[in-house]
Design a protein around this ligand. Structure first.
Ligand code: UTP
Length: 285
């Protein structure tokens, strides 16, 4: 068990092709698609920062350089707008850049989310860490005191000191798009995971509790990932490694508070855009 109960590092797997958004993602990373005026990946990094995390690791691949540029200075632009009313548009990204350190690692072959997380091992070392899939966008109402999903998981980590994954109840007809847990509810909305299945058919799904893109993982996960043979589509699935981890150690699944938008799908992306325009952008103007 790690000596720290504080999560300091977060991985952002972002090497995928984003085929559902072609042709938009032909030359641009999916993670740079904007919800209103901010790219998806920035929302994710802001959520990590809100959870107290300042060491950010991006798992990227070919065609993802825009992500590195986004979290770096653009002297020409900054010089141009310095002292004008437009400078305020850079406030949020400057806050993130000032607060965080960024590390970039390349996943050279698209061998799945599990493999992408394993690619981050050199940066993580032997401590618990977070994972955010930026295409799952998590929101809480602007007037709420609640932290977004990762902050909720990080608070629970302090108490339980084990791997903790975020789950959401989804309609059974959609279950085939998700990793799904089976488990025993040990506290309100908190499940001890006993089994996990990746993208089951509705008749094979143990529950309708779907895993979404927020995880806190203890470093033992790397051992399980290394020993997980490729599963569905020849990819190393994080679900398979978590299932093995859950057999040996405690893994919890938590129904987080707030909303999640699946911005990896066009429908979820449009829904998120409308939501952020109404609830965040308009009210901030
Ligand atoms: P998705 O299943 O959403 O794949 O990956 P994708 O390529 O991003 O999008 P589609 O399905 O082709 O439209 C879930 C997350 O895992 C990352 C992706 O970048 C995304 O954040 N991922 C997936 C990797 O980093 N590496 C992989 O080999 C696979």
């Amino acid at each position: 068990m790690s000596a720290t109960n504080v999560i300091r590092k977060c991985l952002f797997p972002a090497a995928g092709y984003g085929t559902r958004f072609l042709p938009a993602t032909k030359a641009m990373p999916k993670e740079m698609l904007p919800i209103v005026n901010k790219p998806l990946i920035q929302y994710g990094v802001e959520e990590a920062l809100e959870a107290g995390i300042t060491q950010i690791g991006f798992i990227t691949g070919r065609g993802k350089r825009a992500i590195a540029d986004h979290f770096d200075n653009n002297y020409e632009l900054e010089h141009q707008i310095k002292g004008t009313s437009k400078e305020k548009y850079l406030d949020d990204i400057r806050n993130v850049m000032d607060a965080c350190d960024f590390v970039f690692m390349r996943q050279r072959k698209m061998l799945g989310l599990g493999h992408a997380i394993l690619t981050g091992e050199p940066m993580i070392g032997n401590e618990p860490f977070a994972v955010i899939l930026a295409d799952d966008l998590c929101a809480v109402p602007t007037d709420s005191n609640e932290l977004r999903a990762l902050g909720q998981l990080a608070a629970l980590y302090k108490r339980y000191q084990c791997s903790i994954i975020a789950i959401e109840q989804v309609p059974m007809e959609d279950i085939e798009s998700y990793g799904v847990i089976a488990g025993e509810e040990i506290a309100d909305g908190i499940y001890q995971v006993t089994d996990m299945v990746e993208k089951p058919k509705p008749e094979d799904a143990p529950t309708n509790l779907a895993v979404i893109g927020r995880y806190i993982l203890t470093p033992e996960i790397f051992h399980y990932l290394r020993n997980t043979p490729p599963g569905r589509n020849g990819e190393v699935q994080i679900t398979d490694a978590l299932k093995l981890l859950a057999q040996d150690r405690q893994v919890l699944a938590v129904k987080f508070k707030g909303r999640r938008f699946d911005c990896g799908s066009v429908e979820g992306f449009v829904e998120a855009t409308n939501y952020y325009f109404e609830h965040h952008y308009k009210s901030a103007k």
